[in-house]
Design a protein around this ligand. Sequence first.
Ligand SMILES: [Zn+2]
Length: 294
Amino acid sequence: MFGYRWEFAESDERPEKTTACEELENGYTKEMLFLWVFVFLFGTVVGSFLNAVIYRTEKGGSAFQGRSYCPHCKHQLSWRDLIPLLSFILLRGQCRYCHLKISWQYPLVELSTGVVFLFIFFSYGGFALFFSIDHIFRLAYVWGVTSLLIIIFVYDLKHFLIPDTIVYGATGLALLYHLLEFENLENFVSFWIAALFASGFFLAIFLGSRGRWMGLGDVKLAFFMGLFLGWPNVLVALFVAFVIGAGGGLVLIATRRKNLTSEVPFGPFLIAGTLVALLWGKDLVDWYLNLILV
Ligand SMILES: [Zn+2]
């Protein structure tokens, strides 16, 4: 969509993956380290905002209104209480005013968002990314969508419910991105096929089990996953989701925290699968094809 492209930005493909070690070998040590720390800290700040959005989605308020306050004593929080990760550590996990425990959700979401943002940053070319406006645009899109997925992950884990507004927001972002980055009809159609396949598959499970195994929220989330990941990457995501879902279920049953009839939300597994497919999907497909073709 933008006229200016750097040499490796010929196609919609991301630039070559880089790892921390490769970037260091390339010799920009100091600047890189600074940039990684910056990306991670930026992720934790976004994570802190996501916590606020989750809290306000639970309470039914607007995500952008009002100052943050302690959920127990309602004391308004100052900037000292709102530094991602650091405030939690310095306050030893307690509210400064009423000394009640702060939920582990807060530092965990901040840390995970920081780590996921850093992984995505490496996956999309690391430092080299900044030589192309197209890649910056794509990075912003993927970071934005991932932020919404983190909200769904936490919300579904806590309430066994996928909030409609968030999954519609993610689907809207994906649609907008495909319209802006429209390359050719074939490419566009492949994303729609992936979306219809994934959501159709979950709709069949939903109807077949009369909503006992999967909810309609999972059907909507699967539609988004297809639009976001395309074909065949969405298959990687679904496969990973079912494998870790089955593994996780067995662990929960073995440790007697759940039994066979317990309800376990599937959204978090779908989102974990989506992140794996996003970061390593192409590698996994190549590996699998090599395995069956050789
Ligand atoms: Zn308090």
